[in-house]
Design a protein. Sequence first.
Length: 653
Amino acid sequence: MSTIESVMHEHRLFEPAPEWVAQAHLSKADYAEMCASAEADYAGYWAKLARDNLVWHKPFTQTLDETNAPFYKWFADGQLNASYNCLDRHLGTTPNRLAVIFEGDDGNVTKVTYKELYHRVCQFANGLKSLGIKSGDRVLIYLPMSIEAIVAMQACARIGAIHSVVFGGFSAKSVNERIVDAGAKLVITADGQFRGGKEISLKPAVDEALAMGGCEDLKGVIVYRRTGGNVVWDAKRDMWWHDLVSGLPTDCEPTWVDAEHPLFILYTSGSTGKPKGVQHSTGGFLLQALCSMKWTFDIKTSDVFWCTADVGWITGHSYVTYGPLAAGATELIFEGVPTYPRASRFWEMIQRHKVTIFYTAPTAIRSLIKLGADLPKQFDLSSLRLLGSVGEPINPEAWMWYYTTVGGSRCPIVDTWWQTETGAHMISPMPGATALKPGSCSFPLPGIQAAIVDETGHDVELGKGGFLVIKRPWPAMIRTIWNDPERYKTSYFPADLGGRLYLAGDGANRDLDGYFWIMGRIDDVLNVSGHRLGTMEIESALVANPHVAEAAVVGRPDDLTGEAVCAFVVLKQARPTGADADKIAKELRDWVAKEIGSIAKPKDIRFGENLPKTRSGKIMRRLLRSIAKDEVITQDVSTLENPGILDQLKEVN
C-alpha cells in the first residue's frame, strides 16, 4: 500500500527542433552542467545565481542557513528591494520598452513603458506612505486584473509593506478572514470590475467584510474607480485612488529590506477549509521567479509574454507581477474571460498583440476545445513560439490539441509543475533541452532535488508511483504559514517522512526514462479493490475519448471494492439524458477498460454541461466528492461560476 500504481501509457516523444536549440538560453549540455554544479556545491550554485541575477543593495555573505530547519533562510544578511529589481534596474537601458499591455473586457487597450510604470508605482508608494503605511505593515489587495493591481503590489514591495492579494471572485467572508488573519492595516480595492460584459461590484464585498468585525487595525480603504458604478461611501475610511496620488511626487526611494523580509502572504485553502497564509520571502522568491522566466520560458526582450492567470493566485505573482518585469519583458494582461464576446477571444488577442509565449491552464484549454476545436486555425497564430501549461496535470489528448492546433506542431509546450508554496517552477521541460512527452512535466529545474518516495520516505523504483517530495530546501520556498508555524511543519515536513522532506501533497511516478508524471493529489488517490489509482490517469483516459471535452474523477465508498470510481463528464455535444446517457456511459466504461484496464472503470458516470468551477477555473473537487457520496452540500458555493449545474451532476448513469 506504500506506492501508487501508474496505469497510463504514453510513448510519444517530441525532440526540440534544431532552430530552438540554437537560440535557447539553456541547451541539453547547459542543463546537465548546471545540475552537476548544484550537486557538487549546492549553496555555491544558488549563491552564484543570486549574485548574477539580482541587484543587491548590501551583498549577502550567508547563502543557506539550515540551523532551524525546516525554517530555512536564504541570503539572510543581504539587502535588496523587489520593486527596484523589477523597475529601476531597466531605466538606464530600456526605459521606453513596453512593460505592460492591458486589454480590458471591452477590448480597450492601454500600454505602459517601464519608465511610465516606474513613475506610477512610485507615486502610489508615496500615497501609501502618506497614510502611514511602513515596512512590515500588511496591505490587503482586492482588485480586478489591471495595471493598477501590478502597481499596488509593486508599490507595497517598494516601501517594504507586505501585500496579501485576494482574488476578485472571493466572497466578503473570505476577505474578512484574510484581513483578520494578516492584521491588515489597509485595503486596496475597486468600485467593481468587468467580466464577460457584466459589471461585477467589488467594494460592497469589502464593506460587508469590514462589518463582520475583527478589522480594528485597519486605517482605510483605497478605491480605484474602474466601472464608475455607485458605491456606498464612508468619508472617514474610504478614499479614491486618484485623489490619494494627486500631486504626489513620481519618484520614491526604495526601502531596502533583508532578503528574508516577507514580500507577500498568499492565502490558499487547506484540507480543513481554513485558509493558510503562505509567507514568501523577498530575495529567494524573486531569484527563482526571474531564473524560471529565463530557463522555462526562454524569455527574450523581443517576446510578448501572456500569462492568463489572475494576480490573486501565485501564478499571477510569479509570472505576472514579478518574474516578467524582473526579466525586462513585455507582458500582456487581460481583464475578461476567454469566451467573451466570442469563443475565439484568446486567439484574436494572440493575433492582435503578436503574442510569442502563451501560458494558461488545462481547464481553459479543455473549455476552448469544447467551444471550438478548430477556431485557432481561423487566426494568425504564427507569432507564437512557446506554449505553457499551469495549475494541474494536462491530459495527453489536450496536450496534443494544444501542440498541433494552437502551436502548429512547432511550439514546445512547457508543462510546469509547482505550487503556491514552492513560489516558482519546480519541474518543467526546458524548451531547448528537453524532449517532450504529452502529459509529463518531465524533469526538475536545475538545482531542484525532486524525488518520489513511499510512505516511509524511501525512494521508489522507476515505474512506480508514490509521494512527490523535494529533498533539499530551495530559495523560493514557503517560509512559514502566517501565524501558524506548527501547521507549517506538520503540513509540509511531516515527522513520518523524517521532518526534512518537503511533502508536495501530490502523487507522482517516474517512468523508465526518468520523466515525472503527476497523478493527482494524494487526497484524491483511490483505493479500488486494493489498487491505489491516481485520479488524473483515469481522467486522461476519459478525455482521450472523442466525445469527451472534460472529466473529473473522485472516489466514493463501496461495500465491495472499498472505493468506487465516480466520473463527472462534460461532452463535446449536448448533455445526454435517459437512454442516450446510459448508452454513452457504457461506451465510456468500455473505453476506460480498454485504455487502462477494467480496475479503473467508473462505477458511476454523471453528465453535466460543465463542472463546478470557481471564477478562476478551478474545479471544486470537494463538492464533487460530496455529490458522489450523496451528501448534503454544506460548503460555501458563493465563488462558483456556475452553481446551477450541481443538480445536473446528481443524476447517476
